[in-house]
Design a protein around this ligand. Structure first.
Ligand code: ADP
Length: 628
């Protein structure tokens, strides 16, 4: 067989880059290699168990499924062996020589060269098998697929640089062994006690036994095997028996993350449905959170048997950052993704798990500092909630945070509940302004009257915000109101004196309104006097039923055709420029000034002018007249 020949192959270039980074950035975290290898071995055994459910040809696998670790202090090697699913020669080449994850190129681009920052990013990406090269200068993998004959096993060898070698070998047992030839300054890992400690720390709760040779034995006696972990699936234990550290380490094992989670929720449900769930909120978004095709969902087990990764049917898309496991006692062991989609029991599990997740996030909000971390990482995703999950929209809305006119900066966030608590007694609406960025929103001319009256306004500056609010419509019985939409009606927030002043000015400026309406006939729907401005001379608003300006910009930039809508031009009767305009008898100067005010209203809200050069010319003309 020609493939038996030794073959030297190059790592895929991304894999090569990742390897290099791994070795140089994760130095302070080197013992994680063992967690990664035990995790891979555990996955391989899970996969074999799953295969055994339907593939009777593999039934010859009778030996107990286990992971074993052998340490050779003289040779300075550590070997991790599992009797799981194994790999064929081709699988070893592709699984160990390339990185199949979506978004790998983007991930590599995002690296900065700063070791500390990069090691975090690598943590989010997932370290995996390559972490072996942090401590080893040569790694040998021997594997036989559970579906292949013993002559079709493979040996894969690499020194962690540009290349690896593969050759076909014979192997009695199906499964995989990974041997690490430790670097001379990493010899500390060739010590049974050290390895036992690491296993205890990282892999105590994998459900598969981890076996090692006994340490201290009487002379001349061959040391016996002993199981060095508790080998009981963590989620089957009762909450009070599991320590914080155990929960954290288990998270790292299932998620391949290497930072602590922010929070978790462990629950057993009995009754009509019988299942256990252990859900986690990570502290960092995975780098592919926004990629459509990126894997999401929890690990599904049925009666402790692993069934599938990324079972996305159990949580809605806007909770795709949640990690963890679900173990059902009701589902059949040969359940498939197709069956999951149709099973009504899944629907009720999904809504229960959704509620659990939302409750967990709600509890997290009691800790402001942690919630800020959560919000910075996952707030954007949570904002998809009200549109996707109508039934929980009020609950999700309660978890959202926004900057408001009371915030000191873009990141100082407020909850809608806090906003409502601060509302004036006469106020019946939740006011918001939407703009391209925080700065523009905070400085919008539309806020002037609200500032004067001490009314808080929410500053929407995320592209998704206006869309989000269109799905919310109200919160706690209070409607949302765009301050740049429709006629400003402050209702009881206005006193009779103000109302009278308004009526009077309307009379006084009737002629001006008519003249400008004529002049700007082509450009605007209507001209009117306003009391929403206290400092600016003019602004533009959209009619009550029209689309908000920020939403329009978002849709337009996404290439969607949005129907042209003329807007309403509003003038501030108390502004000296408007008064000057009212008194202006020279028609040329009147036209120039009116058009300059109109263009300025567009600029102030962050819109672009159709003819910026004409605006500049007009303004300069007026400035020159000033200095005459
Ligand atoms: P990940 O586990 O995140 O997919 P790794 O780099 O750790 O990434 O491993 C790459 C792939 O190599 C795994 O997805 C798996 O297909 C294969 N693999 C690694 N270790 C084993 C093993 N012990 N048994 C079988 N396959 C393995």
């Amino acid at each position: 067989m020609t493939t038996a020949q030794k073959e030297t192959l190059g790592f895929q270039s991304e894999a090569k880059q990742l390897l290099h980074l791994m070795i140089h950035s994760l130095y302070s975290n080197k013992e994680i290699f063992l967690r990664e290898l035990v995790s891979n071995a555990n996955d391989a055994i899970d996969k074999l168990r799953f295969e055994l459910l339907s593939n009777t040809e593999l039934a010859s696998v009778t030996e107990e499924l286990r992971i074993r670790i052998d340490v050779d202090g003289d040779a300075k090697t550590v070997t991790i062996t599992d009797n799981g699913i194994g790999m064929t020669r081709d699988e070893a080449i592709s699984h160990l020589g390339t990185i199949a994850k979506s978004g790998t190129a983007q991930f590599l681009d995002s690296l900065t060269g700063d070791q500390k920052q990069d090691s975090q990013l690598i943590g989010q990406f997932g370290v995996g098998f390559y972490s072996t090269f942090i401590v080893a200068d040569k790694v040998v993998v021997e594997s036989r697929s559970a579906k292949a004959a013993k002559e079709e096993a493979v040996r894969w060898t690499s020194e962690g640089e540009a290349e690896f070698e593969v050759e076909t070998i014979e192997r009695e047992e199906a499964g995989t062994s990974v041997t690490l030839y430790l670097k001379s300054d990493e010899a500390e890992f060739a010590d049974g006690w050290r390895i036992r400690n690491i296993v205890k720390k990282y892999a105590d709760h994998v459900s598969v036994p981890v076996v090692m040779k006994q340490m201290a034995t009487e002379e001349d006696k061959e040391p016996e095997d002993e199981v060095v972990n508790s080998a009981k699936a963590l989620w089957t234990r009762s909450r009070s028996d599991v320590s914080e550290d155990e929960y954290k380490e288990f998270y790292k094992l299932v998620s391949h993350d290497f930072q602590d989670p922010l929070k978790w929720s462990h629950n057993r449900v009995e009754g009509k449905l019988d299942y256990t769930s252990l859900l986690y909120i990570p502290s960092k978004a995975s780098f592919d959170l926004y990629q459509r095709e990126s894997p999401r969902g929890v690990k599904l087990y049925v009666q402790r048997v692993f069934i599938m990764d990324d079972a996305e049917q159990f949580l809605p898309l806007y909770l795709r950052f949640i990690r963890g496991i679900v173990d059902s006692n009701d589902l059949s062991l040969n359940v498939s993704r197709e069956i999951l989609q149709k099973d009504p029991a899944i629907d009720s599990m999904r809504s229960a798990l959704t509620k659990r997740s939302l409750d967990m996030i709600e509890k997290l909000a009691d800790d402001e500092e942690k919630y800020q971390v959560f919000w910075d990482e996952f707030g954007q995703v949570l904002k998809e909630g009200p549109a996707e999950d109508f039934g929980n929209r009020e609950k999700v809305a309660g978890l959202l945070r926004f900057a408001t006119t009371e915030s000191a900066s873009a990141t100082q966030n407020q909850s809608l509940k806090a906003y409502i608590e601060r509302m004036k007694p006469e106020q019946d609406k939740v006011y918001y302004v939407a703009a391209e960025n925080y700065h523009m929103a905070a400085n919008s001319p539309h806020l002037e009257i609200f500032r004067k009256k001490g009314l808080e306004v929410i500053l929407f500056h995320d592209r998704i915000d206006e869309w989000l609010v269109s799905h919310l419509a109200e919160f706690d019985g209070k409607q949302f109101q765009d301050v740049a939409k429709g006629e400003l009606d402050l209702g009881d927030l206005q006193d009779t004196e103000e109302k009278q002043h308004q009526e009077e000015t309307e009379e006084e400026f009737k002629g001006l309104v008519e003249k400008i309406s004529k002049l700007l006939e082509e450009n605007v729907e209507e001209v009117r006097m306003t009391h929403r401005l206290t400092e600016s001379p003019a602004c533009l608003v959209v009619s009550e039923d029209d689309m908000g300006m920020q939403m329009r910009r978002v849709l337009e930039s996404a290439g969607q055709a949005v129907p042209e809508n003329k807007r309403i031009f509003e003038l501030n009767p108390d502004h000296p420029l408007v008064q000057k305009l009212n008194d202006e008898s020279d028609s040329d100067r009147f036209n120039d000034l009116a058009r300059v005010l109109y263009d300025q209203a567009q600029l102030a809200e962050g819109s672009q002018l159709n003819e910026p050069a004409t605006y500049v010319a007009r303004l300069n003309k007026l400035l020159l007249e000033l200095s005459k």
